[in-house]
Ligand binder design. Sequence first.
Ligand code: CTP
Length: 407
Amino acid sequence: MLQAKTIILGVGGGPLTSAAIEVLRALQRAGAGVRVVLSAETEAFVPALTFRSLAAGDVLMPDDLYGRMGAQDFHSLRGLVRNADGLVVVPATPALIAKAAASWADEALVRAMLLHNGPTVFACAVRAAEYQHPLVQQNVQRLRDAGVTLCDAGVPETDDSADELGWRMASATVVEAVAASLRQTTVLSGKTVIVTAGPTQEPIDPVRHISNASSGKTGFAIAEAARQRGAEVVLITGPTHLQTPVGVTCVPVRTAVQMRDAVREHFAAADVVIKSAAVSDFRPATVIADKVKKEDATLSIALERNPDILAELGALKGRRVLVGFAAETRDLLANAKQKVSKKDLDLIVANDVSDPAMGFASDHNRVHLIDAAGRIEPLPVMSKRALAEAILDRVQAVLTQRQGDGA
Ligand code: CTP
């Protein structure tokens, strides 16, 4: 199941630390090479020697690395993390979950997680009552939003059932979660994904423009999630205040025409194009060279049509998977369905932008997905990161089917 894969096992410290020994063995049985990073608390529960003897010396101790990590130590940590296919934390205690969510990198285990740019699984070992606490749930959500898979293998049904020797973590469940997170990456690994994001700005004069409302958050979340699934990502974005996700190639543009040219330039190499940008359909017919003065009581601006980038791509798409967005204020599903067929899309994300609580600047969204066959799938309210994952799941399904068809 994990033949020739390299997995980093981060071992937390708590009553379920011994489960990490079983997980280590189960990962090795599944064919993985395992490198171990111990947390500051591990040895209070299980001696480091146990892991050293099982992981053929590939074990990093917290002592030398704790906090004040010198250049040499950082080098060894980087060496250990390099080229790893996945990382799993067992047991993920509330303290480790909180540290990771805050990227509080005062120990090697958290630093390893920050350096590892791939699938990451937290096998939670948290008592039921604590797990439900809103602060723990917020940390869990933060990790999910960063693309981490949370597996509940060590969350007991009730805390009574966790007493004495009754609290266990099934290693098979953890290994399956690791394998699933790696499978998720393989379909998009090495594929090239173009994501467009943000608004375009169409200049009126040197200081004014017309534009669409768009924060760019959804597009940036998709770019980050696709990168974490192993894709080469080109993010072509209009002006936003967002930070480019690590490992993503960013092509900043301003106008719709610039966005079209950038998309066309990268289109030949692309396997997937996701057009989340809010493109201005119109631009001023002429850009006034000097700043317009306010002497006149009124001002008319003649507008002309911008290219419909997505429709142009639909005609050229070949085997590529094409995803569009539809921002509507009424007749959401009918309008969105029409765009699927008109622009020859594989999927459209239909977004009712009349709800002020959702969309644009919000961190959450509620959308419907519509596929090429016109099947409608309503999604619940979810974070933009979770939406990104849902969209990529559907994209992967289309890619897999297309590969199967040989189409
Ligand atoms: N789009 C595009 N080029 C444009 C306008 C839109 O590529 N000039 C893309 C958007 O990125 C989005 C999809 O088309 O993925 C739908 O955008 P939307 O503004 O909802 O619809 P339009 O196609 O512009 O249609 P209308 O404005 O008539 O609703």
